[in-house]
Write a new protein. Structure first.
Length: 246
């Protein structure tokens, strides 16, 4: 059963099988073999010559597809990510519709805000077609955050419908804090993207994911502040360059 709560890790084995299938079904693969088969079956060419011709064709095809394998796999990865993200959006949108029916329209609106930002982040993460450890980590955190918010709002609405005691203010405060952090993360996304450790934490709580995103954003802010300070700092009269000129 496929886990739609997180886009990553991708099913690399399935992607490789799909790439191999596309190669085998491509006319470029089987059309060049037709002359070799025809030489033996139709034109009565000796089998050894037909086999040699076939071996040459297969060897050439092997070289051809090896040079294109990486591009085929990358394209299939991008397609898999896009399809998975669309499926996630559909699941989250269905949860928002269910919240609206309960009725809990305010909760539905909050969840839809997360979905909107999730789409924006995913578009920016994958617009250049590359997948890096940092992008994987960010997408995992945001996926987990959106589904965690869905679970929390759905549970809150269900408890309220059943008349169970709940701390509504505290639950919504966590959701609102997560949303504000997510918006800030988007504004700092270009700076956040960079080398990082291996991804993790797909099953963390909303509070933990919010904390991690805040850390990423704070690092980005510090980097930007340092760069701005260096750009605007006056050149000292005792700078090495000035001393050399003197």
């Amino acid at each position: 059963m496929q886990n739609y709560r997180s886009t990553f890790p991708l099913n690399e084995a399935a992607i490789a099988r799909q790439a191999l299938r596309s190669i085998l079904l491509d006319p470029i693969t089987w059309v060049p073999l037709v002359p070799a088969v025809a030489a033996s079956t139709i034109f009565d060419v000796p089998a050894i010559i037909a086999l040699a011709l076939g071996a040459i064709v297969i060897g050439g095809l092997g070289v051809y597809w090896r040079t294109r394998w990486s591009g085929i796999v990358q394209e299939l990865r991008r397609k898999s990510i896009a399809e998975h993200n669309r499926a996630q959006d559909a699941i989250l949108a269905a949860a928002a519709d269910e919240l609206r029916k309960q009725p809990a329209p305010d909760y539905a609106h909050r969840l839809e805000q997360f979905i909107k930002i999730k789409r924006e982040v995913e578009q920016r993460l994958h617009e250049d077609g590359t997948v890096t450890p940092q992008k994987i980590q960010l997408e995992q955190l945001i996926d987990s955050l959106c589904f965690g918010v869905r679970d929390q709002l759905s549970a809150l609405a269900q408890k309220e419908a059943n008349g169970e005691p709940v701390d509504r203010a505290a639950a919504l405060a966590r959701v609102d804090a997560a949303f504000e952090t997510l918006k800030t993360t988007v504004s700092e996304l270009d700076t956040i993207l960079g080398p990082t450790d291996a991804p993790g934490g797909a099953d963390a709580s909303i509070e933990e994911i919010t904390r991690r995103l805040r850390e990423e954003t704070e690092i980005a802010r510090r980097v930007q502040a340092r760069l701005r300070a260096e750009e605007t700092a006056p050149i000292s009269s005792e700078s090495p360059g000035r001393r050399e000129l003197e």
